[in-house]
Design a protein around this ligand. Structure first.
Ligand SMILES: [Zn+2]
Length: 207
């Protein structure tokens, strides 16, 4: 996914994209140009970016994530570590490689750790999931992401995970198109850019 650098500079923040069709894949896609080491940008580098992503992703506990007093280096490291584990698993699926079993186990353990901090509680006459006092903002953030990831992994839809065909993009998405021929993370971005490139190469007699 290409960044609109002008817009980033004008507004002071990045606009996250939610084009993958799955929250866990959108979370993985918070790294732009993942497949191009020279242009790769991690958009979850600080607490403000994590909070912004949580808001734009409309996570159930986004208000609690915003009011978390501390989101330090260890929290950010945990968030990014889980993101990279998810990338390793879903990227393997997208390119038809074997899923790394040890990384898959780490994903399961991460969800288990989050779930261990949840409990059932009564709100009036209703029963709701809530968080134990030990829960932290990383749990609020990672729980819905990991539920989305594991629901996808354990469903037939995991076979629809694809990687954008742009050479540098590296974003992942679910191909739910009727013909199962979705090639780009976003037609408006990687799709149009590559089609324009192909057009000019054809015009120049390079194809
Ligand atoms: Zn792309």
């Amino acid at each position: 996914m290409r960044l609109d650098v002008t817009a980033v500079m004008d507004t002071g923040h990045y606009t996250y994209q939610f084009v993958a069709g799955n929250l866990a894949l959108d979370f993985v896609n918070t790294v732009a140009y993942r497949a191009d080491p020279g242009k790769k940008i991690d958009h979850l580098q600080c607490a403000a970016e994590v909070r912004q992503w949580a808001s734009e992703a409309q996570l159930p506990d986004r208000a609690a994530i915003h009011s978390c007093p501390l989101m330090g280096t260890a929290a950010l490291r945990r968030i990014r570590a889980v993101r990279e584990q998810l990338f390793a698993v879903f990227h393997a699926i997208a390119i038809d490689d074997p899923i790394p079993a040890d990384t898959l186990a780490q994903v399961g353990n991460a969800l288990h750790d989050c779930c261990a901090k949840r409990c059932l509680a009564l709100q009036g006459a209703d029963v709701r999931w809530t968080w134990r006092p030990a829960a932290r903002c990383t749990d609020y953030l990672l729980h819905p992401v990991l539920v989305a990831a594991t629901d996808l992994l354990t469903s037939d839809a995991h076979g629809l995970v694809r990687q954008c065909e742009d050479a540098g993009c590296g974003w992942l998405f679910l191909d739910r198109s009727n013909a199962r021929k979705r090639r780009w993370c976003s037609m408006a971005d990687c799709g149009n850019r590559n089609k324009a490139r192909q057009y000019y190469r054809r015009e120049a007699g390079l194809l």
